[in-house]
Design a protein around this ligand. Sequence first.
Ligand code: DGY
Length: 357
Amino acid sequence: SPAAAATCLASHKKIVVCTDLGPALSLLAGVETVVWPHAATQECPREWLLQNVVGASGLVVCFKDMVDKEVVDAAGPELEAVTTISVGYEHIDLPLLAARNIQLGYTPDVLTDAVADSTVMLALMASRRTNLTSALVTTNQWPSFQWTPFAFTSPQLSRVPFGHSPTVGFLGFGRIAQAVLRRLSLGFGVADAIYASRPGSPPREARDSAILQSLAPNLVRLRPVPLPELARDSDFLFILAPGGPETHHIVDTAFFARMKRTAVLVNNGRGSVVSSHALAAALREDRLWGAGLDVVDEEPHVGPDHPLLLPGVREKCVVVPHLGSATVETRAEMARMTARNVLLGVEGQRMETAVDL
Ligand code: DGY
């Protein structure tokens, strides 16, 4: 089989695996693998990576493992393939890999639906302020709770025939954002969408009209807007942009000052895009309705003293620990792609899903 042939060709190479590939690790049987022994429960320490990567042809990492000059130098000239079990790759020094002719594999597409699902979940949880309302139950306040018609009413995500239809905004309009829009348009009847992409990126009229057609007759408007307009007009704002210096703290105090008081912000991209301090202030001062966060700038250092978890803020904010793609099916496929990519890479073949360096 092609897999057996690949394994045979790669058998004299060493692959260092810093993360948990689950059953997909068996795809690397026949190749010398050095696997971080606690991969199922712990992130790989930098020292372990630096010690073990020496002489490796292939390296498998997750988004927590920085692949920089120190790592690439430690590996030495044999290194020809790096693969990350993530769609994001800002933890990897792309120019360095390009200069050294090292392929980079990643996991696009396969996680789009899982992340889009969790993005919609966060939008609903944040708008309905489920942190606040479920705490009522878990702290035994339901028995004394007075149900009145307007208690805990919130902005509505779906279009209502008798009233307001929300404008959904996207900061970053790639695959995941488009999948969120599909859900909101076809499932929730959302009829107005705006987005802001990377400054200087070319207009995408053809793509946008294809999206509109695929959503017809539900979506009536989709248009690119400058950032200030995105802030001003979004009722639900979805941050689905990559991290890195270009997007660092784009969403800051000035951005929040433009947003509607009734708006909901969801970040399922990268924590670094949103200033946590500015977000906490906006929530505390009721200048923003709610926030749903899968990612936070300071993650994983988000404990009870974090500004987003302080009383007066946490009731309006739902935070989950970077789990957007964490479904059984998606993670299994991400692991399979990652294993397959590294195997192809050390064999000198084009990976299934490689970043264009
Ligand atoms: C990604 O894929 O980039 C996620 O953030 C981690 O799975």
